[in-house]
Design a protein around this ligand. Structure first.
Ligand SMILES: [Zn+2]
Length: 268
């Protein structure tokens, strides 16, 4: 499932193809993903020039000179392919540029979304308006204030996009492991030191994953043209029964319906 680093890597890949380009053609191959495509999407994008790209949480942003922003979310299984000259199953939306490149948004499970938002309103737009700070801008004092009195496990709290934007299951597990915090601990019971360590760990695991994406993707796309997916070795995620660096054994438990991977020996 794409998390912040995958979305960031995707946006950087799209930037190389789209920045400064005129959108020559848009093809919608169905009417919706998680929700309906904007009915005038093709009309508003065709002929527009891409002026910049960005990301907020797990939303990718493509800004145009018509003061429209194309906002995409990759959901559970979304990805963009570059130079998608042959169509694949689940290619739901195609964008062709003035210089003849073709991008395909592919999403087998269709939990992703595509919206067109006035550029000046993106920050306040629906799901983006509710997002907490980016992991890189997270402040330990602010987070501690937000966690005060919270009885829910820190693992579950960190998945709430209103607390920190863009974190998902993988990097929450990794950040809690790196900061030696037991995922079952109540958010409000973390010490000042623990929260400080946690904030640093979140920032580092995200930065390293983006870095790994940048170095693993030769240039910017895999040989098959897919953007944003890369394999990274994790310390605990998906490693149930394997050895932790501390010599302990990685365990799995289920919290809020999601698997948590952690090491009971070094996470307290
Ligand atoms: Zn350990």
């Amino acid at each position: 499932m794409p998390e912040l680093p995958e979305v960031e890597t995707t946006v950087r890949g799209l930037e190389k193809v789209l920045l400064g380009q005129r959108i020559a053609r848009v093809e919608l191959r169905r009417g919706d993903l998680r929700r309906a495509f904007p009915p005038d999407l093709g009309q508003r994008l065709t002929g527009a020039t891409v002026t910049s790209l960005g990301r907020r949480g797990k939303f990718g942003l493509i800004h145009t000179d018509r003061a429209d922003t194309f906002v995409f979310h990759l959901g559970m299984s979304g990805k963009w392919r570059v130079d998608a000259h042959e169509l694949h199953a689940h290619d739901h939306l195609l964008i062709e540029t003035g210089d003849g490149r073709r991008l395909a948004l592919n999403d087998p499970r269709r939990f992703g979304s595509v919206d067109l938002v006035a550029t000046g309103e993106v920050d306040d737009w629906g799901p983006i308006g509710e997002l907490g700070p980016e992991p890189t801008e997270l402040d330990a004092g602010w987070l501690r204030e937000r966690l005060r009195g919270r009885k829910a496990p820190i693992k579950s709290l960190l998945l709430d996009q209103r607390l920190v934007a863009g974190l998902g299951n993988i990097y929450v597990c990794e950040a809690l492991h790196r900061s030696h915090i037991d995922p079952r601990r109540a958010g409000g019971r973390l010490s000042r030191d623990s929260v400080t360590r946690l904030v640093a760990a979140i920032r580092d695991v995200i930065a390293e994953a983006i870095e790994a994406g940048g170095s693993t993707l030769r240039d910017y796309a895999r040989p098959d043209g897919e953007l944003g997916y890369f394999s990274k070795s994790f310390a605990v995620y998906d490693r149930e029964g394997q050895r932790c660096l501390c010599g302990g054994t990685v365990r799995r438990l289920v919290q809020g319906g999601r698997s948590t991977f952690y090491c009971p020996q070094c996470q307290r």
